[in-house]
Design a protein around this ligand. Sequence first.
Ligand code: PMT
Length: 401
Amino acid sequence: MTGETNIINALHGKKIVLGIGGGIAAYKSAELARLLVKTGADVHVVMTEAGERFVGRATFQALSGNPVCTSLWDEQANKGMAHITLGRADAILVAPATANLIARLAHGMADDLLSTLCLARDCPLLIAPAMNRQMWSHPATRRNVATLEGDGVSVLGPDTGEQACGEIGEGRMLEPGILCAALIDAFAPKPLAGRKVVITAGPTFEAIDPVRGLTNPSSGRMGYAIAAACARAGADVVLVSGPVALPTPPRVRKVGVTSALSMREAVFGALPAEVFVAVAAVADYRPATVAAHKIKKSGEAMKLELIPNPDILAEVAALENAPFCVGFAAESHDLDAYAESKRRDKRLPMVVGNLVADGLGGGDNTVVIYDDAGRHPLPRAPKGAIADWIVDHLARLLPRD
Ligand code: PMT
């Protein structure tokens, strides 16, 4: 999620229950409530008794524009049937979800309004755990979280970092913007549900000696954006990445590699898959030999013998049971001609072409999609948006089961 403009009206017409458990992260949920209102959702806040000790109900009432419910015994609320009427929402997001609340939900307890409506619901439940790192890693919490996941509950996070108690570790609640984006994603269509997608991204690094190598300025942004878009579209995603400094997108399995040879090995290790998207800027050549020790300066000209690397995409596309293969073409000129010839030579159903000056390294890109129906230029946009369009396009071309 790059800015608040992306979320406006994204959940228009949806009724969302925001459950607030008793943790210090509850103060961040005020911001979450504000963002959810921006999505156009009808937001109803339900607080546990402990949650109310951290942030007052007036805050959430003002932000959501709806009465805040806290008790099963509040006769004012929904004719005493708050646990049923609120449970008929489009989704319930519990943030923060404390260790205690997670334990109660995992065991189907219904001893306050929030736990009761989670049990009585007929809509998706998402929880954002927030607790001390020891509590998060305790076997009891691990069991409870696994139980909830097994019951189809989406567990968002937690994050790693400094905690309210001063300790550092896993257990921080995800930031409100990320939670809001995750909720929006939960409603997005899932055209790649049940499909496995393998993606390569970033540069490769071909060692010359222990300290030097051949590489290129690919940042990995385009490939990581495609991986995130595929995960949002419901795919099971394996991202084979060269050395880059980017966080792994949610619900994506990353395999870190360095050279073209190690990238090839990781790709073939991740197959079979229904889709392969080759975004990586793979070095076409590598040094014939790698010096065991740092090469010393001699003052003389130095010759470096280079030998060809395997073409990973061409090899995958030539497999008997080849996945649906999407290639990329980064060109300095004559994009249409080179991209189309790559599509033909490697027999690819789809190629995404971009000029190096447009797409290498930065946050935006301008691309043209090539397929059997011709060329489909896309407007210049952030790589996240471009990735969503590419994934929509490939999902439409995929053979139906
Ligand atoms: O990482 P960013 O900074 O976001 O930049 C994105 C990008 C410009 C790197 C990306 O959009 C892009 O165009 N990637 C492909 C770059 C490239 O090396 O293209 P190519 O024309 O050399 O290769 C054609 C295709 O074959 C590519 O899909 C490539 O991944 C694949 N290939 C190439 C060589 C090789 N040995 N193995 C391969 O799989």
